[in-house]
Design a protein around this ligand. Structure first.
Ligand code: HEM
Length: 143
């Protein structure tokens, strides 16, 4: 299924005014689905919560620029090694993320929008996982 950037962008734009609540909902869903993931995140996440949506905005903005998108996702995937993120974690994150976008994007959510999100998330996750796997060397470097 090809990614439809317009559908992804339109639904994300409707979520943005509610980004804080959507992020809280996302983390709530994620930790309910897999409580073990909670330990990866800092105890207090107030400042960080919305970073996920800023990052999604960036990914969505780059959907028409494959080279820049690959670079961005590659860096993000490599950075995630230091959090202890493994490929199997991406499924729960994707489910919680799409549930949050569905909930906060209003009445216009439909099956075409859902498919567009599943395709976009799968592409992003695969790039991040691939970049992390290709990277040799320690996940941490001494400052
Ligand atoms: C498409 C998928 C994902 C995107 C776009 C994404 C995006 C981000 C971004 C932008 C940050 C902040 C990085 C920074 O500014 O330093 C972050 C941090 C983090 N991400 Fe992800 N992420 C994704 C998948 C995952 C997955 C699958 C996990 C596994 C549970 C995960 C766990 C974390 C953790 C633990 C942090 C650090 C949180 C903190 O210190 O506040 N992420 N992610």
């Amino acid at each position: 299924m090809p990614i439809d950037p317009a559908l992804v962008r339109a639904s994300l734009a409707r979520v943005e005014p509610h980004a804080e609540r959507a992020a809280a909902y996302f983390y709530g869903r994620l930790f309910a689905e897999d409580p073990a993931l909670r330990a990866m995140f800092p105890p207090v996440m107030d400042v960080r919560r919305e970073r996920l949506f800023v990052s999604l905005g960036q990914i969505v903005a780059l959907l028409d620029r494959p080279r820049d998108l690959r670079e961005y996702l590659g860096q993000l995937g490599r950075d995630h090694r230091k959090y202890g993120v493994a490929p199997e974690h991406y499924t729960a994150v994707g489910r919680a993320l799409i549930a949050a976008v569905r909930r906060y994007s209003g009445h216009s959510w439909d099956s075409a929008t859902e498919s567009a999100w599943v395709s976009a998330y799968t592409m992003a996750a695969n790039h991040m996982i691939g970049a992390a796997a290709e990277t040799d060397g320690p996940a941490w470097t001494r400052a």
